[in-house]
Design a protein around this ligand. Structure first.
Ligand code: FAD
Length: 279
């Protein structure tokens, strides 16, 4: 992998139905041309129980596509025994990176043997052999009383052995810059990759914003109001917005851009085409 001005990575999610598994490989066939530093694969995100597919897809990214992969793993329903099985499977398949998460809570499913992500981070590090990523929240996690409190907990998680952080999506870079400064002041010195989600669908963005606590600035609301009934135009405006956001982050020396692709190669490619000259 050549040395770049910033890291560039992608996130995909496994299809809900087993019968749709081929679609993710069609997506990967296109995403591989973007030459990402890694592709991460979600695990049971937003309450979907598709956990077994994460290991398989992360392994295939690494071994069939020759791209570094990051397998997400959450505490939801996770017992230490199951965790060991997953870690061994990842290790046997040469997957070296894990994003350790508390997880989106699933109604009716208990957390398991780990209550917070930091406990899972410690457990994976004791198991050994993995490079552990963690999640962070430029506007603060929804359950935290304040951004300060969330960063206090984040410092603890990093001290448990997180090597890099990936942020929750945000639409206003000022949240990222403020968060980065606060984190540094609290002694968090690991690299932070900025999570960017292109605005492509009005309902989806409003739902994401509600569930993950990312605020919608006036400039984005304007786009949603103006083009909400015109999906194609909204998608193009969303791509433009994401490109501008990314360029500004690069100008501010961001360590990495993590693109939430929503499994859309079209959008990821269009964004990549407009930022690749900056890499
Ligand atoms: P934690 O770091 O455990 O934090 C959760 C809350 O608890 C925070 O409010 C924090 O301040 C507080 N806290 C943390 N540690 C402690 C402690 N020791 N004592 C008291 N309070 C504490 N979800 C999925 O289900 N699957 C995915 O694949 C997935 N991928 C994601 C990828 C990224 C980049 C991000 C940003 C999020 C992702 N999520 C995913 C969502 C994530 O699981 C949720 O946001 C979840 O609510 C919090 O996870 P966490 O790992 O950040 O939790």
């Amino acid at each position: 992998m050549q040395k770049r001005n910033f890291k560039f990575s992608l996130e995909i999610f496994p299809p809900k139905k087993d019968s749709d598994i081929k679609t993710i490989y069609d997506t990967l066939d296109e995403l591989k041309d973007l030459n990402p530093d890694f592709i991460s694969v979600t695990y049971g995100a937003l309450g979907s129980l598709n956990n077994n597919k994460t290991v398989k897809i992360a392994s295939d990214i690494k071994n069939q596509y020759g791209i570094e992969s990051v397998a997400h793993l959450t505490c939801v329903g996770l017992k230490k025994n199951d965790c060991d099985i997953i870690l061994n499977e990842l290790k046997n398949n040469n997957v070296k990176n894990i994003l350790a998460l508390r997880g989106d809570l699933v109604p009716g499913i208990e957390l398991g043997d780990f209550k917070y992500a930091n406990e899972l981070v410690s457990y994976i590090n004791e198991f050994g052999g993995f490079n552990v990523f963690g999640a962070c929240y430029p506007e603060g996690h929804l359950e935290a009383a304040s951004l300060d409190e969330d960063i206090y907990n984040l410092k603890n998680k990093v001290d448990c052995g997180v090597k890099s952080l990936i942020t929750q999506l945000f639409f206003d870079n000022k949240h990222f810059y403020k968060f980065q400064k606060m984190a540094l002041e609290k002694g968090i010195t690991v690299p932070i990759e900025a999570g960017i989600m292109p605005i492509t669908n009005k309902k989806q963005i409003e739902k994401m914003s509600n569930t993950c606590g990312a605020s919608i600035p006036d400039s984005v609301q304007l786009l949603l109001d103006k083009y909400g009934d015109n999906p194609e135009q909204l998608r193009e405006e969303g791509i433009k917005y994401a490109v501008e956001q990314i360029k500004d982050l690069i100008n501010h020396g961001v360590y990495g851009i993590h693109l939430y692709t929503m499994n859309s190669p079209y959008i990821a490619k269009k964004i990549y085409e407009q930022i690749k000259h900056l890499m």
